[in-house]
Design a protein around this ligand. Structure first.
Ligand code: ASP
Length: 327
């Protein structure tokens, strides 16, 4: 439950763990910084952590540089199927949608599942019917698909591989044409926040992975894998190889380690290390603990990230980077 003391509001954002091609790098960094500003603005105006993570993710769903909402990647049929989750750390309320089509902002639909239904996860047609029922109307598929997503899909279909191979460290995995690695953008988005009342929240949204099977659901909408928030520990959003993340329940793994006494940064690093050791998967994490310490770590080549605390915006893309600006 919320405590009455005033905490320093914090928002932490990721724009997906992957190589992030140079041509998308500045758009990705600008996108995570805009999202951080949007989320922080909500917190500064007295909004809740849930309001802040939704506002931040909305910005990135509407930015075509990211694999979420507009800009989502395509499945083998060339269709868009999106997954999203939101969680409120006050009472462990959560809502998710999976395999939804023609929805501009899946994170808002996930929030509606959390707030307006007795359920935690709606999928496919049922999720779309619920959207219609509450006045979230469908948009044409073409409005969600970018030329970059089509190009990436053509590449993957030609080389008959999936992005799976790119995220995993197994030597026996099918080799992938290196030009694919250099050009793909694979940018799931996520946000975590701590509001002034000490409440935590997390949200994640994605189009999944290119050339996935129709009907494939990754980690992102799975509570404890793609995100987790608990006022007793903190909030986490994850990105990376969905099947690996699901196997280790990555987000919950991070909050568990925070409960055991690790800082958010130590917990993020240890959880990703475990995922690598146990299932040879790579990815990234952003986290904030209930005490206000920040975690961000990735085991892929790049991850766009940004956070704001005490009026300072921090951001970066490559390992070791930490640019700082006053906001
Ligand atoms: N975790 C997402 C998925 O597997 C992809 C990503 O984070 O980039 O669907």
């Amino acid at each position: 439950m919320a405590n009455l003391s005033t905490c320093e509001p914090i928002v932490v954002i990721h724009g997906g763990a992957w190589a992030i091609p140079d041509k998308l790098s500045s758009a990705s960094v600008d996108g995570v910084c805009s999202a951080a500003r949007a989320g922080y603005g909500v917190l500064k105006r007295g909004g809740t952590a849930v309001d802040a993570v939704e506002a931040a993710v909305l910005v990135m769903e509407d930015c075509p540089a990211f694999d979420a909402g507009t800009g989502s990647v395509l499945n083998t049929k060339g269709e868009v199927e999106m997954d999203s989750v939101i969680m409120d750390g006050r009472q462990l309320q959560c809502g998710s949608v999976a395999c939804v089509q023609n929805i501009k902002n899946p994170v808002s639909l996930a929030r509606a599942v959390m707030e307006k239904t007795d359920h935690t996860l709606l999928v496919g047609q049922g999720a779309n019917e619920f959207a219609e029922e509450i006045g979230i109307h469908t948009v044409p598929t073409d409005s969600l698909v970018t030329e970059d997503a089509r190009e990436e899909w053509r590449h993957f279909m030609k080389f008959k591989t999936t992005v799976n191979a790119l995220f995993r460290n197994r030597a026996e995995e099918t080799p992938v044409d290196s030009s694919v690695c250099d050009t793909i953008g694979h940018d799931t988005v996520g946000a975590v926040a701590l509001d002034k009342f000490g409440n935590t929240a997390a949200a994640t949204s994605t189009g999944g992975i290119t050339a996935k099977r129709p009907g494939r659901v990754g980690d992102s909408p799975i509570v404890g894998s793609g995100a987790y928030a608990d006022n007793d520990s903190g909030a986490v959003s994850t990105t990376g190889h969905g099947e690996s993340i699901t196997k280790v329940c990555l987000a919950r793994e991070v909050t568990h380690r925070i409960e055991e006494g690790m800082s958010a940064q130590e917990a993020s690093e240890a959880a990703l290390q475990k995922m690598n050791r146990r299932v040879q998967g790579s990815g990234g994490v952003v986290a904030v603990s209930k005490g206000g310490d920040i975690g961000k770590h990735f085991t892929t080549e790049r991850m766009a990230w940004a956070w704001i605390k005490a009026g300072k915006l921090h951001y970066g893309l490559n390992s070791g980077e930490d640019f700082v600006e006053d906001i």
